[in-house]
Ligand binder design. Structure first.
Ligand SMILES: NC(=O)N[C@H]1NC(=O)NC1=O
Ligand SMILES: [Zn+2]
Ligand SMILES: [Zn+2]
Length: 464
């Protein structure tokens, strides 16, 4: 049972801390003109006009007020690989793109987060470094079954397992047996399991076929991970979820065929949800061939037909959450004549979500509500944070961003807040721009700049 949350008493005799004036409020139900009144980090008023006294006002006229984005899938890589990104850089880039919370993956930090002690270490670092709120994933690997209860008690948001090689030695993939046992235990503990769904045997087989032909370019790499690789893994994971009763989240689904399999399992009452990532909605295989390393990820980016079909899935509610899978690396790991050797991972946390808004700019009143669902409300719900986060509503944390649909802006490397200025979106133009991001009523990002004296992020516990 979710714990009961206290809703702050109406601020009748008080002066509000902030009123957000004149914006267009985006909720999963629609877009409407309204104002927000904020007191002590919470939304205490949501009304066509807020008339209370206030210490400060934020002018949102002509802008959309969007719920603070909750990115359930980032690799900020601290501790251990801070030089790849780090919590400070990563969370700033997230905030610059409208994000108010992130869930950090258990890899590629070193050591990976596989037990309660690891969680406490990363939590302490993030409390010092992150400018947004955060939750932490624990890892599920062969051999850490007896650490799962400790991870749950320390407040892990869920467990993450790789069904194929993760590219990180210290984070081995789960074989069928360890995945099944892990999901059985997770079900007992009330922990959700997220899987990177690519079948290892099939991926190796297709990879070897390309390498045997001495093909090592981007096209060969795409051919080494066809959709079947993803589908075989989704089939196995959903079957295990049905057998064990474990809540399952398939991360970075790259294909409409994958979404269809998840829909089938849901129809059989399997507790499974689908995440896709901004890059699968924004890029195609042609972009991978053109852009090269910045657009390499696994599962790989698919063709235009599949990209458009994923948008249909998103609009129809068959995609439940959209994350960034932000997984950058230093430039030297992104440069090799052999595409197979290049680090697989896209650094898109700053612009991916804005570009989704941009893609919906012409139909904002119809499509922004859908984005508010997959980028905030659904994430909070799936991970049991909805008593505090995910919507613009009275009683919840005042997490929001202001989005402007203005003149086309060309994205430059210089505007990236990530540690390394590598992004597949450099050179793209966007009309949608996040001008402000607030977390619990405090500005993190305002008018295109980091707010001075930004508060630090808070650790989020699922409401078990
Ligand atoms: N280890 C890691 O971050 N892997 C991520 N990169 C990527 O492209 N897909 C992933 O799962
Ligand atoms: Zn993955
Ligand atoms: Zn990932």
């Amino acid at each position: 049972m979710p714990r009961k949350r206290e809703i702050p008493a109406p601020a009748e005799p008080d002066t509000l801390d902030l009123i957000v004036r004149g914006g267009r409020i985006v909720t999963p139900e629609g877009v409407h003109d309204a104002e927000l009144g904020i007191l002590e980090g919470k939304i205490v008023r949501l009304a066509p006009e807020v008339t209370d006294r206030t210490h400060a006002e934020l002018d949102a006229a002509g802008r959309y007020v969007f719920p603070g984005i909750i990115d359930a899938h980032v690799h900020f890589n601290e501790p251990g690989r801070t030089e790849w990104e780090g919590l400070a850089h990563g969370s700033l880039a997230l905030a610059a793109g409208g994000g108010a919370c992130f869930f950090d993956m258990p890899l590629n930090s070193e050591p990976p987060l596989l037990d309660a002690a690891g969680l406490r270490t990363k939590r302490a670092l993030a409390e010092q470094q992150a400018c947004t709120d955060f939750a932490l994933w624990g890892g599920l690997v062969p051999g850490n079954l007896d650490k799962l209860a400790g991870l749950r008690d320390a407040g892990a948001i869920g467990l993450k397992a790789f069904m194929s090689n993760s590219g990180i030695e210290s984070f081995p993939r789960v074989d069928a047996k360890s995945l099944h046992a892990g999901m059985k235990r997770a079900a007992k503990l009330g922990l959700l399991v997220a899987v990177h769904a690519e079948d290892d045997a099939l991926a190796s087989q297709f990879t070897n076929a390309q390498l045997a032909k001495k093909k090592t370019d981007a096209k060969a790499w795409l051919a080494s991970r066809p959709v079947e690789v993803e589908l075989a893994a989704i089939r196995q994971a959903t079957e295990f979820a049905g057998e064990t009763g474990c809540a399952l989240h398939i991360v970075h689904v790259s294909s409409p065929e994958g979404i269809a399999l998840i829909e089938e399992a849901r129809a059989q009452r399997v507790d499974v949800t689908a995440e896709t990532c901004s890059h699968y909605l924004l890029l195609t295989d042609k972009d991978v061939a053109k852009l090269g390393a910045p657009a390499k990820c696994a599962p790989p980016i698919r063709d235009e037909k599949r990209r458009l079909a994923l948008w249909d899935d998103l609009r129809a509610g068959r995609i439940h959450t959209v994350g960034s899978d932000h997984s950058p690396s230093p430039p030297d790991l992104k440069t090799s004549p052999n595409f197979f050797e290049i680090w697989g991972g896209i650094g898109g946390v700053q612009h991916g979500f804005q570009l989704l808004m941009n893609a919906c700019a012409a139909t904002a009143d119809k499509d922004f509500p859908r984005l508010a669902a997959v980028l905030a409300r659904n994430v909070a719900r799936r991970f049991r944070l909805d008593g505090r986060k995910g919507r613009l509503a009275e009683g919840l944390d005042a997490d929001f961003c202001l989005v402007e649909l203005g003149a086309p802006h060309k994205i430059t490397a210089a505007e990236l807040w990530t540690r390394h200025p590598i992004s597949p979106y450099i050179g793209r133009t966007t009309r949608a721009r996040v001008t402000h991001t607030y977390v619990r009523g405090r500005a993190i990002w305002s008018d295109g700049n980091v707010s001075p004296g930004s508060p630090k992020g808070q650790f989020l516990n699922p409401e078990i």
